[in-house]
Write a protein that binds this ligand. Structure first.
Ligand code: AP5
Ligand code: MG
Length: 190
């Protein structure tokens, strides 16, 4: 099995690009954000706990998303690999992922990182807010907090995966098609 991490700040285009990637490379897309939103919509206890944190632009506890990921790995079959979107997002989550994969003598194949400047994060998320109505897109304050959370808690993963020789960065500025071409160019080499 291949394990690709689709990395990048909020609004970089992870969800947008994931659709074509899973199709071309026969992968199963796991978005921890989407899984959490499903729990919220279903009104589960986990969803209730996550809702308050997500709506502030904070991360949910590591154990919550780690459990979700391990469950998906166990239950999904018939693919060549997984595309992790929005996970890992902290160093402890990256270490947990390594430990989960080590149980079956596997490892992260590669990280594909989509980078855009902070100013563009704000523009893109404000654009999506008009179409999708996500609670964490609702105000500049929440979006700013997500950007700060990204820089403080998630950005250190760039060094983590660079050191492991598993980090590939692509420029996320450009049309959706241009960014997709850059991603495919990198993926074809992996
Ligand atoms: P999550 O759902 O993962 O959100 P995120 O990382 O903030 O990323 P987004 O989904 O906002 O952006 P995206 O990169 O997918 O961009 P998109 O393709 O939509 O997480 C939500 C929350 O859940 C977190 O804040 C946290 O609370 C919690 N959570 C999730 N995972 C967690 C974890 N592992 N640990 C702890 N907590 C976790 O694109 C954005 C917009 O831009 C769209 O409108 C799109 O159409 C547009 N667009 C995309 N590409 C382009 C382009 N090239 N040109 C122009 N527009 C574009
Ligand atoms: Mg997304």
């Amino acid at each position: 099995m291949k394990y690709f991490i689709l990395f990048g700040p909020p609004g970089a285009g992870k969800g947008t690009q994931a659709t074509a990637m899973v199709e071309k490379y026969n992968l199963h897309h796991i978005s921890t954000g989407a899984l959490l939103r499903k729990e919220i919509a279903a009104g589960t206890e986990l969803g209730l706990q996550a809702k308050a944190l997500i709506e502030k632009g904070c991360l949910v506890p590591d154990e919550v998303v780690e459990g979700m990921i391990e469950n998906e790995f166990k239950t999904v079959t018939g693919v060549d690999g997984f595309l992790l979107d929005g996970f890992p997002r902290t160093i402890p989550q990256a270490e947990a992922l390594d430990a989960i994969l080590a149980k079956t003598s596997e490892e992260v194949t590669a990280t594909v990182s989509i980078m855009i400047p902070d100013q563009m994060i704000m523009e893109r998320i404000k654009g999506r807010a008009l179409k999708e109505g996500r609670a964490d897109d609702a105000s500049e304050d929440i979006i700013n907090n997500r950007i700060v959370t990204y820089h403080n808690q998630t950005e250190p993963l760039i060094e983590y995966y660079s050191k492991a020789g598993r980090y590939n960065e692509i420029d996320g500025v450009g049309t959706i098609e241009e960014v997709q071409e850059r991603i495919f160019e990198v993926m074809d080499r992996l």
